[in-house]
Design a binder for this molecule. Structure first.
Ligand code: CAA
Length: 395
């Protein structure tokens, strides 16, 4: 049985902050961010957006009544959880009006969670092929102000339907996993921004790729020359180049054969958005699919997922014949094109704004262009609603 990604959709906030401006504020050469890090824009969520509203906005286009009625499970992966108990997926279930005959969970393992979600969905669909699983990756990547990580920040969500009749990517059964308990990036409960040992995190990522690749090959995975494309977790797009250099070291002939073109299309969206933790790898996959002028049907893709702390996994898939008919690339391109640039002051206010922990009830104004928004809190209960301007239009 073929199991894989049947449909996939991206949501990014309608605002961004240019990294040339951040470089000015930090008093450094902009090329460090544009070339050295490989980032151009940082997607910035407005105060009425969070991981739930972004997830709902990513998933909404995938849901017709046949899909809704067959979803057995919603798996939401995030690093940026909004509640210590109730899963963010449960809020999304409510916002989107999903069926009650469905289980809902949230997965946490830094940037790796969505891959665990996909592998769980893969097993679930093998068990019950008539059902579908909705996997959502949604995050706000936030570091401390003026830290080295600030230039890699971003926000966004990816939603995917996993089914036994995949129209986008058939997932192969081979898995190469690698876990090590390490403090390269973490976020204690009382912290809104991540803490990171940047240089260590890069070293651990690269070693995790090496070990995961070894385990993938041991598990019967394809040789490198049999993969036409590579998609890596991209905390910043230069990381894809660093990841490819692992193959240049351990598999020099095969790496020379598939070349840098194997990952370059996967960098286009990430450069415009920034890190989205759990969603970053799947944004890279979508970037490849949406930006290729060549029809990629039947091409094989290797995917490397990495979540600090740390878990790595290398797996692969085959792009399904006719996938372009189900592409949402027009909507994705429009979403990225029609964004507004923020001033430094607004970016700072929005990205680092915080409501005091003891404020139980408040409202936030409508700023997002997304279909669903976070509207505030009532007695510590987070509230979500369709966006006011869309309600007005509908009225
Ligand atoms: N023009 C062109 N390039 C320049 C330049 C200039 N004027 N100035 C510097 N550069 C280059 C440097 O040579 C360097 O290139 P290489 O990496 O190829 O050597 C690059 O710009 C970055 O320079 P530095 O190493 O000096 O940058 P830094 O010390 O300020 O920090 C960082 C870089 C460690 C990635 C930091 O941004 C960071 O901590 N980021 C967050 C952590 C992270 O993303 N880790 C990745 C692995 S962990 C992971 O993947 C999980 C996750 O999502 C967090």
């Amino acid at each position: 049985m073929k199991v894989g990604i049947d449909d996939i959709s991206l949501y990014v906030p309608g605002f961004y902050f240019p990294l040339t401006e951040l470089a000015k504020q930090h008093g450094i050469d902009a090329d460090k961010y544009l070339i050295g890090i490989g980032q151009e824009k940082m997607a910035v969520p407005s105060p009425d957006e969070d991981i739930v509203s972004m997830a709902a906005n990513a998933a909404a286009p995938l849901l017709n009544s046949a899909v809704v009625n067959s979803i057995s499970t919603v798996i939401l992966a995030t690093e940026s959880g909004i509640d210590q108990s109730k899963s963010a997926g449960m809020f999304v279930h409510g916002v989107l009006g999903l069926a009650s005959n469905c289980r809902v969970i949230e997965i946490k393992q830094a940037c790796y969670g969505a891959t665990a979600g996909i592998q769980m969905a893969y097993a679930m669909i093998h068990q019950r092929p008539h059902e579908r699983v909705l996997v959502i990756a949604t995050d706000v990547a936030r570091y401390q102000q003026n830290s080295e990580g600030e230039c890699t920040q971003g926000a966004g969500a990816i939603a995917m339907i996993i089914s036994s009749a995949p129209r986008i990517l058939e997932i192969h059964p081979h898995q190469g996993r690698h876990s090590v308990d390490v403090m390269d990036f973490w976020r204690p409960n009382q912290h809104k921004a991540a803490l990171v040992d940047g240089k260590l995190s890069i070293d651990v990522y690269l070693d995790s790729l090496k070990q995961s690749w070894k385990n993938y090959r041991k598990d019967g995975g394809r040789p490198l020359v049999a993969l036409q494309h590579l998609c890596f977790h991209q905390p910043f797009t230069k990381m894809a180049k660093k990841a490819f250099s692992v193959f240049e070291t351990i598999e020099p002939d095969a790496a020379a054969k598939i070349g840098a073109r194997s990952y370059q299309l996967s960098q286009i969206y990430g450069r415009e958005i920034g890190n989205c933790y759990t969603a970053s790898l799947y944004i890279a996959l979508l970037s490849l699919l949406d930006n290729s002028e060549e029809d990629l049907s039947n091409h094989h893709v290797g995917l490397f997922s990495y979540g600090s702390g740390s878990v790595g996994e290398f797996f692969s898939g085959t792009i399904v014949e006719g996938y372009t008919k189900h592409s949402r690339k027009g909507a994705h391109a429009a979403m990225l094109k029609y964004r507004s640039a923020l001033s430094y002051e607004t970016y700072q206010n929005w990205f680092y704004q915080d409501v005091a922990a003891d404020v139980a009830s408040y409202r936030v104004p409508t700023l997002t262009s997304g279909q669903y928004r976070f509207s505030g809190s009532e007695g510590f209960r987070r509230l979500y609603a369709p966006s006011l301007h869309l309600q007005k239009k509908a009225g």
